[in-house]
Design a protein around this ligand. Sequence first.
Ligand code: FMN
Length: 204
Amino acid sequence: MKIDTASLARQQLHDLIGNIISPLPIAFISTVGPDGTHNASPFSFVAPVCTKPPIICVSFALKRGQKKDTVRNIESTGDFVINVVDEAIIQQAIQASGDYPSGVDELKETGLTAIKSDRVKSPRVAEAKINLECRMVQKLEIMEEGAGLRAIVFGEVLVMHIKDEVWVNGEIDPFRLKPVGRVGRNLYCRTGDIIEVKRTEIKA
Ligand SMILES: Cc1cc2nc3c(=O)[nH]c(=O)nc-3n(C[C@H](O)[C@H](O)[C@H](O)COP(=O)(O)O)c2cc1C
């Protein structure tokens, strides 16, 4: 099989990229609107791009030609929180991506708890084992054929909250964290089968 990407529609390409760059992470992003309403939704087009300062980028499509609530809230406050999705909260995080009208608090709807952040206005999700308080440092826009302007937001991580239960000997234990990845449209993977692969050191 050989695919000329120009021959595919946007949705087909979206699904293929999600299958190929896989597993994708799931960043459950919580924000707050100008009226104080909390908002939370999952996003997988997410990547770390710099380590000091620690910067993570997230790519947001439009929804029915309009900016998503998450993007509007980030533009208004200049911040957001990335909550890591693990096996214990995957169901709620996916449910929160439902077509809830603006003004509906997806955290309340899905039975999750918003708690105050230290340095940003956006709330943290109490049930997540890791929360990253982020401040937007840059935003790019890319015109996407048939879909309009996609926003790519770069956030600097100001504070990392890591629960003691996953912090072992000065590092995060992935066996305890149990993060979930996305491997297809409605397909997710557990990370219970982690392997260690070492390389032979080459003398420079
Ligand atoms: C696992 C998963 C990953 C998603 N990743 C993205 C993404 O990277 N970018 C995006 O624009 N939408 C993504 N979505 C869709 C949003 O979660 C969805 O449009 C949501 O309703 C947006 O909510 P908001 O309007 O409250 O911001 C994803 C959905 C799921 C279930």
